[in-house]
Design a protein around this ligand. Sequence first.
Ligand SMILES: [Zn+2]
Ligand SMILES: [Zn+2]
Length: 240
Amino acid sequence: MFTKLLFPPVCPLCDKVVKIDEEGKLCRNCTGRARPFTGPACLKCGKLLTDDEEAYCGNCRKNSFHFRKCHITFLYEDEVRDMLVKFKYKNRKDMARFFANESLGRFKEVLGKAGIDAVVPIPIHKKRMKKRGYNQAAEFGKLIAQELGVPCLTELLKRTRQTAAQKELGAVVRLMNLMDAFEVDKTWLLRVREAGIKKLLLVDDIFTTGSTLECASIKLTECGFPEPDCLSISGTRGIG
Ligand SMILES: [Zn+2]
Ligand SMILES: [Zn+2]
């Protein structure tokens, strides 16, 4: 309670102080300014479809991701991009509440039906963790896990190599670049197996080509987990 008085909740977009019971919501002025990722979407990767496509996008008709389905909450544009920058780089861990509330508002029911046993956030490298102090995907994942009533496994998947910004690389190169950047922790794998955990929900902040979630899905399915579901806070319009 005292922390809330010293650090009152603020609107995640304009940073105006809001009432305690309005924590994790946009203020009245900002309501509607974060654009949801909606419209006809690919049944597999969740990306928006163009007119001539039906159930699956062109990419998913050609290659199949190793995850079952990806759910995307916001369009990675304008205000949402600004909020994600604060969340990732400006020490604004508190933004996780807003992103989790909005994602659960959209997907809690489908995620409930998917029979998720645990949430696995996409890890960041320990050097980056040291610098930043937290992993934004894990902060988000913990709140999602709490609501679904399952554990959040922040140690199962490790980032073994720091990867450079990949924006300018194509999907295939990105994937090759990432393949040895993730590793499944052996000790945790045993624990997770003993606990009978099978169906995982991978969570991340941005879905661009899908190569990060794909790479993590490959590593986890290789360890015997069924195809995970994925939840991404945001997604770009197209692949690339
Ligand atoms: Zn606001
Ligand atoms: Zn697709």
